[in-house]
Design a protein around this ligand. Structure first.
Ligand code: PLP
Length: 405
């Protein structure tokens, strides 16, 4: 692929996702979209291959006034937005502790907030070995690096034992550890930590010998399953000790299928008012000195949706329809793999399924010969079931299973 060196950073010449998705687009232009399976796109498409745009969200956008687009927003976000994010995140649960919210340009901004404020230059940031590639990029950009624990053990269970080993290793050499966990509907595996996994995480983090900042990346939460069930881990976090600070990375990109509006938030759930206040000052400073304030119109849209019970119900209902479509694709994909003698990395729900492979580049190359475009990761093949129909899920799963033989 090739790299360029700029200011000591090793920058790939080409983004792997954009490269493969460019080849998929070229194949579609030549052969038509029915002939091509483009499972590279990290956005939800309907069964015709068109981007899902929720009409209920468009209704809220239609209520905006010119000044909602034109005016600056406060750094932390407009008050209605900050309220809306708490409703979107906590639903009916009233968290004990001190909550603070800061707007970000999508869930990506939350990761920047967390890494720049809750790790030091030169630190290692801990996360699972299967992870969104951008974690490494954001850490690198800030002079940090990523250390990983094994996400799954030999039995395909969440590997809490390895989390403990890696956390203790870092605690022995750093004053604090930033732990990034992406759940529910993790990218790229689709795994959601179970309640038992969470109990293990909480015990391990509680036993750590240094301050731990636990950042839960919930970018896909609204496509992970039943809203109450996928939020069942949140009250458990009350069991964390005083040396642990909880942050959530919220993304409206997925929740509202509005990726281009660049709207998200970092939410802090602190034990003390002083810690929450420090969070507000620190992440606000990062915002101001990077992207400054965020898209006001998107924040007003969030505010309108979550303050209007009827409109919110409409958005929920419309999203449920698409969520069910996505969950069905996942079931069909898994079933087809199973019937053809192959298994994915443990999958619960979400935009992606990953099939483990020790020759991912080779398999993806052969798939491309059949006009099936997937992303080759270091240890597997990532399929975006968000971007292909149920029929294409069957075709893709069969082709992968065949190549695995
Ligand atoms: N976290 C994960 C795991 C993701 O996959 C993504 C996007 O793909 C994000 C966060 C951030 O999304 P955005 O910045 O588009 O809201």
């Amino acid at each position: 692929m090739g790299f360029v060196k700029v200011n000591d950073r090793t920058i790939p010449k080409e983004d792997k996702v954009f490269a493969v998705s460019g080849r998929a687009k070229a194949a579609i232009a030549e052969k038509g979209k029915d002939a091509v399976v483009d499972a590279t796109i990290g956005a939800l498409l309907d069964d015709n291959g068109d981007l899902v745009v929720m009409t209920s969200v468009m209704e809220a956008i239609g209520m905006l006034k010119p000044a909602d687009y034109a005016a600056y927003a406060p750094i932390a976000g407009v008050p209605e937005f900050k309220e809306a994010v708490q409703k979107a995140l906590f639903a009916d649960y009233a968290p004990k502790g001190h909550v603070a919210v800061c707007a970000t340009p999508g869930g990506t901004g939350g990761l920047t907030h967390a890494i720049s404020n809750y790790s030091n230059i030169g630190d290692e940031v801990l996360t699972h070995d299967w992870c969104w590639a951008n974690y490494k990029g954001i850490a690198d950009e800030h002079g940090r690096s990523i250390k990983t624990f094994r996400f799954f053990d030999e039995d395909g269970k969440f590997d809490s034992a390895d989390l403990k080993v890696k956390l203790d290793e870092l605690a022995a050499k750093q004053d604090q550890v930033l732990l990034l966990i992406n759940t529910p509907a993790h990218n790229p595996t689709g795994y959601s930590l179970t309640d038992e996994d969470w109990d293990n995480v909480i015990n391990i983090v509680n036993a750590a010998s240094c301050k731990v900042v636990l950042f839960v990346d919930i970018a896909y939460i609204d496509f992970a399953g039943e809203p109450d069930e996928v939020r069942s881990f949140i009250p458990k976090l009350e069991g964390l000790g005083d040396h642990v600070l909880v942050l959530f990375g919220y993304s409206a990109s997925k929740t509202l299928t509005a990726y281009g509006m660049r709207c998200g938030a970092t939410v802090c759930l602190a034990k003390t008012a002083a810690e929450a206040d420090e969070f507000t000052k620190a992440v606000g400073y990062t915002s101001r000195s990077t992207w400054s304030n965020c898209n006001r119109s998107a924040q007003v849209v969030m505010g309108k949706i979550y303050s209007d019970a009827a409109l919110c119900a409409k958005v929920d209902e419309e999203r449920k329809m698409y969520r069910d479509m996505l969950l069905e694709r996942g079931k069909v994909f898994e079933k087809t793999l199973r019937e053809n003698g192959t298994k994915s990395v443990p999958f619960t729900a979400g935009f992606f399924i990953t099939i483990p492979s020790d020759k991912p580049d080779e398999v993806c190359k052969k798939l491309e010969e059949q006009d099936i475009f997937c992303l080759a990761l270091a240890k597997g093949i990532r399929v975006s079931i968000a971007s292909i129909s149920k029929e294409k899920c069957v075709k893709c799963a069969k082709a992968i299973a065949e190549l695995m033989k």
